[in-house]
Design a protein around this ligand. Sequence first.
Ligand code: ZN
Length: 246
Amino acid sequence: MNAKRPLIAVLTGAGISTDSGIPDYRGPNGLWQRDPEAPRLVTIGPYTSDPDVRRRSWLMRAEVGALAAEPNAGHRALVDLEQSGLPVRVLTQNVDGLHQRAGQSPRKVLELHGTAQEVQCMRCKVVGPVAEALDRVAAGEPDPACRACGGVLRPRTVMFGEQLDPQVIQQADAVSKACDLFLAVGTSLQVFPVAELPYSALGNGARLIVMNGEPTPFDEVADEVIREPISTALPDLVRRLVARYV
Ligand code: ZN
């Protein structure tokens, strides 16, 4: 009560979506540990030049799509945080769109690695829903081409071998510098440039809370480290923040 309402930046990674059944590709049991060839399927060079890589990439996407993942209590807790009236921004490394599906205002969510919900033609740049492309895969087109120009369709995600959108990273950095509290949820904080965001926050006097199953390089400088499962720990933390500031 009476405390200044803090701007809260929440950085989310794969860990918030694993309870929705979305595999953490990089994790200890992730696809990339089991299939060393898998990263090629999301690397821009092979994807652009090799139809067989694209065919396998579409099969992988169809498999993930078939999981029909739903938002979980962790995603919903961040919606509650926004609806409490506290200023909040979600910076996500995830491409699954589950924050928005849970009810987070799209304008509050910055997708650092793009979105897997849309595809884009690499030639004419037209954008369409991934569901439509996946329907075509299911109907027997192993590598669906752009209907407008015949170009290669790709997901609107940042692939290996590509830079993050500098404008998006700049916005994320600005939010991190402006925030009073930075929550890092379900991210290993080891992949740059995203791993620079907590530095930006700390450098400007923000408090840092790390919530992750595994240790991160920021644990020692964090004000609080939470190891409990995100789908219970995040609702608890949100209740605590709302009780304190609203
Ligand atoms: Zn096209």
